[in-house]
Design a protein around this ligand. Structure first.
Ligand code: ADP
Ligand code: ZN
Length: 630
């Protein structure tokens, strides 16, 4: 099909016609759930709100209709990096797309305008600001632009986690272009945000398409956080040479951890909003281009990361809401292959967030705003409580997440979470230990924090203990066979369960409450989580995603991909993603026709790189076989 073929406005296309385009340009054999419905709304000119989890395949929904109908549609996107990635990816597939933004060179801009002027462009990516300029009105008039896709549509809502004031202006689209159809796309699951998107964008009787939020290829695990560095290294060892994101709560922590991981031989870098813009960009690009494997970041790192082969997302501390957790873990395994999501949890995280939220609430002097802030703080504390419940060992993590987002989860055993894999230790009777800790608080007059109390219980020889004479207490050394972080872990569990009170402020101290006395009087049993966890097991999703794959060939194909990416100045995943390389290393095609049958190989990529990949598969590329896979 020539890209300039005349428009078939409002034409009806059959599913085989849709599939043949998907096959030719993307090399996929079938559509994912809801893609057909969303594409149909795009072709038939109905407004739509499409809610799919990250990696669900939203972009295909707005990419296919203009290609089939031979028209130009507009995609509105919040970040230049997102637009750039998408245009690069589409072009590598031979799909005529363009973007116009402030960071383009004069030559790039000319090329884009030329593609548009020739009527050859099918998708134009623009920022929300640019869509509402006289320049664009004129362009829309001239090229009969009638269809707009709003990507990351939750950015329009205050209730979302990523509000962007410039998105508010998109409310004007329906005024400026009364005949336009609007398609809003988001991964945000909450009902309130959905309603907000519909209202603000003034969608007319939209098709509301809500996908399933469960991501069966993600394996969820929660570990008690004891010795973060060692625990982290243990996990990273399972993911050597693979892409990993580690989320930390503070900027300091990202830098310290990144340095210590580099020391341990990992290709790691830090990323946070306090870094100079240039360093931040360099870190992000190094990660995108596979020059580093591990990025240690605050939540500032996220949107705009299109690397689809992230095999592990680690939370070094608990996020402040299940929404954040879902969003951040959603960056794992976007290629549909097995990926791991690990949360290192300590009850201390809850306390840390609580005091942050309370501080935020207290710092407003003004009267009217104070009320709103208090309201927001209450809301934040509710979200935090949900997250804490998720982190506790209870029911299947897939089930918890699905149900949190309002979808029932039917499977008995997901086979992909620590609870269902039976890796979780159960609560044990910790009444004796609790009594030791609480009496130590009594003996020291309720004047100290967790660190000092743990030192006393361990029987440590510190200057402070000697000076205060705390080595003469009857509780000194009562728990001397336990490591300090384990004692801390118990103390924080007691606070978390309300059996001990921790004062607010920068130097919190521990005090007894009524419940503490019940424990001390033996009127109450205390259940504590042991600090250890059973060994992790291999999951069925992991086994399946490697089924029949020649691992050594896969590594060689990966190296070729990096080489081609460097030559073309593109991120490696734009060449082919891991699903495609694993499928190649499974099928070992020997002819172009067979290569075309591999998942993710379309006609353009076959023509561009087919021969080189076939040569590697045939072993005729002069490459060493490389290190043996496990
Ligand atoms: P989202 O925007 O919803 O996070 P993407 O549109 O980036 O997700 O798609 C995620 C991945 O799934 C991409 O690698 C994409 O090429 C792939 N994909 C999309 N649709 C299909 C399909 N029908 N079959 C196979 N892979 C698909
Ligand atoms: Zn489970």
């Amino acid at each position: 099909m020539s890209p300039a073929s005349s428009a078939r406005a409002d034409a009806v296309f059959s599913l085989p016609e849709v599939l043949s385009v998907v096959r030719r340009y993307w090399g996929y054999d079938r559509l994912r759930p809801l893609q057909e419905e969303a594409i149909r709304a795009g072709l038939e000119g109905r407004d739509a709100l499409v809610v799919m989890p990250t990696g669900g395949g939203k972009s295909l929904c707005y990419q296919v209709p203009p290609l089939l109908a031979g028209r130009m549609d507009v995609v509105i996107s919040p970040l230049i990096s997102l637009m750039k990635d998408q245009v690069d990816g589409l072009r590598a597939n031979g799909y005529p797309a363009a973007t116009l933004h402030s960071a383009l060179s004069a030559a790039q801009k000319r090329e884009a305008l030329d593609l548009i002027a020739r009527g050859a462009c099918r998708l134009l990516f623009l920022s929300p600001e640019r869509v509402l300029t006289p320049w664009f009105f004129e362009l829309a008039e001239r090229h009969h632009i009638r269809t707009f896709a709003v990507d990351e549509a939750h950015c329009i809502s205050h209730w979302g986690h990523d509000f962007r004031p410039e998105y508010r202006r998109l409310a004007q689209i329906k005024e400026r272009f009364p005949e336009a159809t609007l398609h809003a796309y988001t991964a945000t699951a909450t009902e309130r945000v959905r309603q907000d998107i519909i209202t603000q964008l003034r969608l007319r009787d939209p098709d509301v398409l809500v996908g399933r939020f469960d991501r069966p290829n993600l394996i969820y695990r929660v570990f008690p956080r004891l010795n973060l560095r060692e625990q982290l290294l243990d996990v990273l060892d399972r993911h050597r040479g693979e892409a990993v994101i580690v989320y930390c709560i503070t900027r300091d922590e990202t830098e310290r951890l990144a340095a210590s991981l580099r020391e341990a031989g990992f290709r790691a870098a830090a990323y946070h909003a306090g870094m100079p813009a240039g360093d931040r960009r360099a870190a992000q690009e190094a990660f995108t281009n596979e020059e580093i494997d591990v990025i240690v970041a605050t939540v500032a790192f996220g949107m705009g990361i299109d690397r689809s082969d992230v095999r592990c997302v680690i939370h070094a501390g608990m996020p402040q809401s299940v929404e954040h957790y879902q969003q951040e873990t959603g960056r794992a395994g976007r290629d549909g292959l097995a990926a791991e999501c690990i949360l290192f949890y300590s009850p201390a995280d809850t306390l840390r967030w609580q005091s942050l939220i309370e501080k935020r609430g207290a710092n407003t002097g003004e009267h009217t705003r104070a009320h709103r802030t208090r309201h927001a703080a209450r809301h934040a504390l509710r979200l935090l409580a949900h997250m804490r419940r998720f982190a506790a060992p209870g029911q299947c993590r897939h089930k918890s997440l699905s149900e949190y987002f309002g979808q029932p989860y039917e499977r008995e055993n997901c086979g992909a979470c620590d609870v269902c894999l039976d890796e979780v230790e159960q609560f044990v009777d910790g009444t004796t230990e609790a009594q030791m800790i609480l009496s130590c608080v009594v003996r020291t007059g309720e004047r100290f924090g967790a660190g000092h109390l743990a030192d006393i219980l361990r029987g440590s020889d510190t200057e402070r203990i000697r000076k205060l004479g705390h080595d003469r207490l009857s509780t000194f050394g009562l728990l001397k066979d336990r490591p300090k972080n384990e004692i801390n872990h118990m103390i924080f569990q007691l606070v978390d369960q309300g059996l001990l009170t921790r004062t607010p402020g920068d130097y919190p101290i521990l005090k007894l409450n009524d419940a503490s006395w019940e424990v001390l009087r033996g009127q109450r049993t205390v259940w504590l989580l042991p600090a250890k966890k059973k060994a992790v097991r291999r999951t069925a999703v992991e086994t399946a995603s490697w089924e029949g794959v020649d691992r050594r060939l896969f590594e060689r194909l990966r190296r070729l991909r990096t080489e081609i990416a460097r030559e073309r100045g593109l991120p490696p995943y734009v060449i082919f993603n891991d699903t495609t390389l694993r499928d190649m290393a499974r099928q070992r095609p020997t002819t172009p026709a067979a290569l075309l049958r591999v998942h993710g190989v379309g006609e353009k990529k076959l023509a561009d790189f087919g021969e080189r990949f076939l040569a590697v598969i045939a072993g005729q590329d002069g490459r060493s076989p490389g290190p043996a896979g496990p």
